[in-house]
Ligand binder design. Sequence first.
Ligand SMILES: [Cu+2]
Length: 370
Amino acid sequence: MRMPKIRKAKRWMLIFSAMLLSSILLAACGGNSPSILDTHGPVAGKEAGLFWFILAVATFVFVVVEGVLITSIVRFRERPNAPAPRQLHGNNTIEIIWTIAPSLFLFAVLIGTIYTMFNLTSISGQGRTEEITVVGHQWWWEFDYKNEGIVTADELVVPQGALIHTVLESNNVIHSFWVPQITGKTDVVPGHMNDKLFKADDIGVYRGLCTEYCGLQHAHMSFDLIVKSPNDYLTWVSQQQQAAQKPTSGAALAGYKLFTGSGGCQGCHGIVGVNLKSFSDPVANGLIGPNLTHFGSRRLIAGAVLSWDPASCQVTTDAKGNATITNQANCGLYQWLHDPQGVKPGNDMNIRSLSDTEIAQLVAYLESLT
Ligand SMILES: [Cu+2]
């Protein structure tokens, strides 16, 4: 009568372990979350190597310990009429072994970790090193290319294969800079500059995150690391260095007037050629919003809380000259300008409410800023 009960328990054990295992495996399938194991640069590569090394040590320890445990459970299990087991009171040899062995394993992990830490900066790149200052704001990232004289937000564009030297600064609280597929986390500390060196091997777009809790909208403080070929990068740089052109007619001109006038936008946002003479204009220091000179060439809004695309933000003008956005629901930029506090509660963009026509005009203007 005992057997069926045990079989039932065994079956449940099996089902439970299968469920546990599959949930662990499936958890790795989230298409949107970048994996530290899917590396596209030497820094993330070395860090992933350390992960596998530690996992190997841990697996070895697990197998040995569980092996001894299970063997003992099976071999020395209670049998009918078995005599009482021999009673032991301490065994010096065994105790010394199980004190020293774990220290050796931990020492191996320590050596591996220290070696990797010091080895992270020994990477080499092609061409000259790109110097970029990264500024953590509440809650978005600013990227300052001091040598090129460019300032952008939300999108960190770098050339493939070159060394990227970032200087990390914060003007408020502690943030942490992380691009899981390219490089590990480094804190961004107010009043203290941290350095970070990395390289991206493959052209592509890699999600970056703030990984130190920094307030209400910490989860909406992301960015894209965009890796371009060296030539495309140079093209991008020379395009970004241009000042914005003033639109000459239509909805975009009306949007420009709103931006500089009753919309109040230029009190917080800088545009080179509008309220800034250059990207390094000291006037920019008093502006708390992202630089929008080339916002039309970017696709992310406010720490990637939304994304947008001109194709889904088409502005049409009727016979009376009133502008509207045909597909408001699909236009992230419409949603942002319609209610920035609803989209990202607590963020620093406080504006008067805008009519749909005004929003369409501003969208037309922002789209023109390529
Ligand atoms: Cu942050």
